[in-house]
Design a protein around this ligand. Structure first.
Ligand code: A1EHT
Length: 104
């Protein structure tokens, strides 16, 4: 089970402002359960910046992504697809983790 999660620094502000409420991860980073509380750090320097509570975990394929997911990422769907293509090239099976920020 995942005991911490990292995000790229460029997403920190959106997460803290409650504008980014989901993340899409690969199978390796999908092992969380609703209710679980996770410390969140930056990927680059591993600086803690908040705790999140997991609200929902659901498998989703790249082709199933909609504008709703993009809204929950505070991006357009085109932007979201680009971001995912950079992070997870050629990966079709993703996992949506929906969360809320607890402590900042
Ligand atoms: C090591 C590693 O994979 N780190 C990741 C992976 C994903 N994400 C974000 O989740 C959404 C969809 O992937 C996008 O907003 C991504 O920026 C992230 O911040 N950091």
């Amino acid at each position: 089970m995942l005991t911490e999660i990292t995000f790229f620094e460029r997403f920190e502000h959106d997460i803290l402002m409650g504008k980014k409420t989901i993340t899409l991860r690969n199978e390796a980073e999908s092992h969380v359960i609703p209710g679980q509380i996770l410390p969140v750090s930056t990927f680059e320097t591993h600086r803690w910046f908040c705790d999140i509570q997991v609200l929902e975990v659901a498998p989703i394929t790249l082709s199933e992504l909609t504008t709703l997911h993009a809204q929950q990422e505070n991006m357009t769907l085109a932007e979201l697809r680009l971001v995912i293509a950079e992070i997870y090239p050629d990966l079709e099976q993703l996992y949506m983790i929906r969360f809320k920020v607890l402590t900042k």
